[in-house]
Structures are given as structure tokens and as C-alpha cells.
Write a protein that binds this ligand. Sequence first.
Ligand code: PMP
Length: 393
Amino acid sequence: MFKRDFPYFANSKTVYLDNAATTQKPKNVIDSQIEYYEKYCANTHRSSYGDANMATRKYENSRELLKEFINAKKSEEIIFTKGVTEAINMIADTFTRDYKSVIISSLEHHSNIVPWHMQGRDLTNGLKVVGCDNNLNFDFEEYENILKKNPNSFVSVTHISNAFGKIHDIKRVCDLAHKYESVVLVDGAQSLAHAKIDVQKLDVDFLALSSHKTFGPTGVGALYVKEKHLENMKPYQTGGATINEVDFNSSTLLNSPYKFEAGTQNIAGVIGFGEALKYINRIGYENIKTVEKDVYNYLNSELEKIPNIIFYNDTKDCIGSRSFNIKNISHDDIGILLDKMGIAVRVGHHCAQPIMKKLGIKGTIRVSTSFYNDYEDVNRLIKALKKALDMLS
Ligand code: PMP
């Protein structure tokens, strides 16, 4: 029923089940991109003529919308970035070097692993990985032990695993971290398409967000920084739009968020991100949750009937992604055949090689749903999957 809001579905026959990679965009988001380029294309925060003012107003309006959306205290706490990857790199580069330990979970995306390696950290030097049980549930006992031995750490964990759909209990992660004088960054790449985040209620210190996984344009995202940390964060890049005063010997910088947004930003993208948030507000998380959980459950019940299917976790505390393999059949081969039958899923390691290695596999077939997917999508997937398995057995 919600597909009618997304032009992609009127133009494509593909059964789109790759929402963890990127979501489709509703009409108001697409229209906002065209409107910016066709009607008031101008740079922000520089010139004072009408179109430039309009661009600045709309850009800043997205900041206000996001602030309200995640219940941040102040708009200064919202910094626009290229996406989650840039947000984590920004924090790794500007905030965390003095922390002796960085604690991550075993389900992290490469974007929350590689930046720590770039700091020279590994398992013998400052990087601690919290394990999980057989259903990929975060091991809170191990987490607390690590924190106890390493107070004043930087914790960086994903909210929802892109590869397996497992939801981490972020409130508990934050409460325990704060008990041991540590701070927490939440990788919220997969969050806002499925669940509300209230940064004050959860008490997160940093939250990295991605527009393109939240029904918005690609190449844009945001970093929320709790006000008290802003003064300890240095700019990641500097240059135009970040400065107060410059002469040939020195420069002084503006306050947050401007000192963190160097150069011309992805103006259309930020405006579109705001439109995506408006769209979610219009549908409401209660509706989103109800319909997507229903389809997710149906998907699982249908997949469970497939002979020789191998899952790596139960579906408790999961949403969005469901990963599996079929015994003795290559996931790559299945992916190729599903594509030929018009089914878009992702096969491979899903940028989460360490957990794949821990599970002893190279990758999985990942079906990732959004609230606009319906039973018909699941039925077509299952039909195609059965056909592919017949061909490959
Ligand atoms: N973390 C997770 C959990 C993700 O799913 C992704 C995207 N696949 C990223 C980080 C990177 O996000 P972005 O594309 O916004 O840089």
C-alpha cells in the first residue's frame, strides 16, 4: 500500500529486497531534489540574495527537523556529513585518539572497524570486541567485564546489524558505558528506517546517521554530538564556511555546527534528508513497525519451509535483514539466478567480514525488507528461490 508513495515501484518490476543497502525514495524527496536545482539553486550561508537565502533556510530547516526527530537538545549538536562512514571517520580522527581502548561489537560494519585500524588499533592494541551468543545476541556480561578492566573507553556499536538484523539494546549499552566513565557512539545507519531514536532518553554521546538508508538521498548523513563533547572535538576538515576571521598568519573558527561543515555541502541532499524525515513523520513509526514486522515474520515463516536452509540467528530482537545460506549451494550462484528472475537481494559478506569469518562462512544471502514490502514480494522471492534451488541441486 505504501509503494504508491515511491516512484521506483511504478517504474520497475524488480522485487526490491535490498533495503539494508539503500532504501527507495518517496516522491516528496525526489521532488525536493528537482525543486532545488530547478528553482532556487544557490550556495548556502554565503550570499544574501533571495535564492541563496531560500537555500540556507531549507538547509537549516533540515537541521531543525533532524534535531526534533532524534530529540537532540540543540541544533548545534547536529553536523551534516556524507553519511555514517564519514561521521565515524570524523569522530575517530578528531575525538578518540586519547582513549586507550575502543570497544566495538562483533556485528560491526567495516565502517566501524577500519577507522580504528587506521589509528593503529588491533586486538592487541586498544581494540576490544564484545562477543555474542549463538543467536548473535550481544554479550553484556563480557561487555561489563571489558568496561570494568578498561574504564574511560570509547564504545562504538551498531544499533541494528545490517548483515543479520539483530537489534542491540542501546540504552543498556550506554548505561553500562557511563557507569564506567566511558562514552558511546551509536552507528545508526540501519536505525531510522525502522525505529525511533531519542538521543536524550537513550543518553547516547554520538549518533551517526545515514540519509540514503532512511528514504533520503545518497551522499548525505549526520553526526549527533552531545553538547558537552563539542568543545573537545576538533574540526575534521577546515576551509571555506568554517571560519570567523582569517589572515595570512592565523584563522579563528566558527562555533558548531559550522566549523565542522567545511566547503560547499550536499545542499540538495540535506534538503532531501529533511523531506525523508517529514515523510516518516507523516507515516508514523507505529504504522511502520506494525506493517514491517508483519512482513518480516511472514518472510521468516516462508523461509523456514525451504529445505536445507541455514540461519545464523533466531529472529528475536531483529528487524530488516534476514541472512541465510542453503546447504552445499553457493550463495553467489543463488544471487545470480535470483537477479535473473527480478529479485534484488544482496549476497556476500555485507561489509561484515569479521563476523562471517567467526561463523566460518564467506557470506550469506541477505533479504532486507522495509515497511513498503508486502506479502506479494515475499511470495515472489520464495517462488524464485525454489526455482533457483531446483536448477542448482
Ligand atoms: N554501518 C552500517 C551498519 C551500515 O549498514 C552501513 C551501510 N551499509 C554503514 C555503516 C555505512 O553507511 P553510509 O553508507 O551512510 O556511509
